[in-house]
Design a protein around this ligand. Structure first.
Ligand SMILES: *Cc1c(COP(=O)(O)O)cnc(C)c1O
Length: 354
């Protein structure tokens, strides 16, 4: 049976990407060697890394604009501290929109003063704070563009002259977005870019050497950038497969086309959540995420019937995060429209039969 994969991450990849990655594990392009056993210093892999780095800039419209893209390990979670290590001299501002922002704030506090300049905590993070004032003396302002757990997404980038840093782990490459407004952003691969194990960081070159402290080499953006993401052995498989997926994004028409498709997909589901008397959405309507939809049953007693319907339709990974409960449908780039239609059918069947 076809499985409809709504997992929040690691998550669905396009079938052809998974197939090409599997082929390369067996043998990379007639080289006689598996992708897993080639040297990262070989021409074959240097080409792969170069293509991955340049595709990341191309897809975000940042080529020749003074940015560097680098691939690192340690997940987005390492970026919570690396951002502060490299940029926080005195004071930084953070908008707290949920679990991941909280973790970023906690790490940044190790390096300097952290102002939580807005938060949606009192509403269990079901909305994105807006209209807050941004102090002029911050080293940077940190945002989370998509809150994977709570299902909210930043639509309007705040206007400010101070550098903007963002965690884009769960919505990079998913919509048309003015990436030039950001000075630094990062994304763990396993949500919308590739398999777990690689993290993409895109940083403006003028942010190198911003702080007076000594930064250990492995945590220093400039050292990784200067070494072409090869300061140490990179995660070869994760970078290769992310590169394949970025090629796929480009072949689909780039983020412009995928953005339209993602809007169509999320509208399908949100209009059913709003129409169906059995369900209620979690996130504030204007802040709803096109990547992760969070919703609940009006009557928890319907849970068993709904789960049975979903299981028999081949729906996988729909359980909500424990801090929200209910359901979460992750609708990343690779999720076909068909999977959303199957989910909507299950919701309609529940309403008709119960
Ligand atoms: C998943 C996720 C993280 C954590 O990523 P790791 O790669 O596991 O460290 C951070 N931020 C956001 C927005 C996420 O969705």
């Amino acid at each position: 049976m076809k499985v409809h994969n709504f997992s929040a991450g690691p998550s669905i990849l396009p079938e052809e990407v998974t197939r090409q990655a599997a082929d390369a594990v067996k043998e990379l392009d007639g080289s006689g060697l598996s992708l897993l056993e080639i040297s990262h210093r070989s021409k074959a892999f240097i080409d792969i890394m170069d293509e991955a780095c340049s595709l990341a800039l191309e897809l975000t419209g940042l080529q020749n604009k003074g940015y560097k893209s680098i691939f690192l390990q340690g997940g987005a979670s390492l970026q919570f501290l690396m951002t502060a290590y490299n940029l926080l001299e005195k004071k930084a501002g953070y908008v707290n929109t949920g679990t991941w922002s909280n973790k970023a704030i906690k790490e940044a506090k190790l390096f300097g003063e952290v102002l939580e300049i807005a938060s949606s905590k009192e509403a269990n993070f079901n909305f994105i704070p807006k209209g807050y004032s941004i102090p002029e003396d911050l080293d940077y302002l940190h945002l989370t563009t998509n809150n994977t757990i709570f299902g909210t997404q930043l639509k309007d980038i705040p206007e400010t002259n101070i550098p903007l840093a963002a965690d884009m782990s769960s919505d990079i490459f998913s919509r048309v977005f003015d990436y030039t407004k950001f000075d630094l952003f990062y994304a763990g691969a396993q949500k919308n870019m590739g398999p777990a194990g690689a993290t993409l960081v895109i940083i403006k070159e003028n942010l190198f050497n911003k702080v007076t402290r000594t930064i250990p080499s492995m945590l220093n953006y400039q050292i990784h950038a200067d070494a072409g993401s090869m300061f140490n052995t990179p995660p070869v498989f994760a970078v290769f497969t992310s590169m394949l997926n970025m090629r796929w994004v480009k072949a689909q028409g780039g983020i412009e086309k995928l953005g339209e498709k993602n809007m169509f997909k999320s509208n399908l589901l949100y209009s059913e959540i709003d129409r169906n008397s059995k369900f209620i959405g979690f996130a504030a309507i204007e802040d709803r995420s096109e990547m992760n939809a969070t919703f609940n049953l009006v009557d928890p007693a319907d849970g068993e019937a709904f789960d049975t319907l979903c299981n028999s339709a081949g729906i996988s990974g729909l359980k909500g995060h424990r801090s929200v409960g209910g359901y979460r449908a992750s609708m990343y780039n690779a999720l076909p429209v068909k999977s959303l239609q199957v989910l909507v059918d299950c919701m309609q069947t529940l309403e008709e039969k119960n």
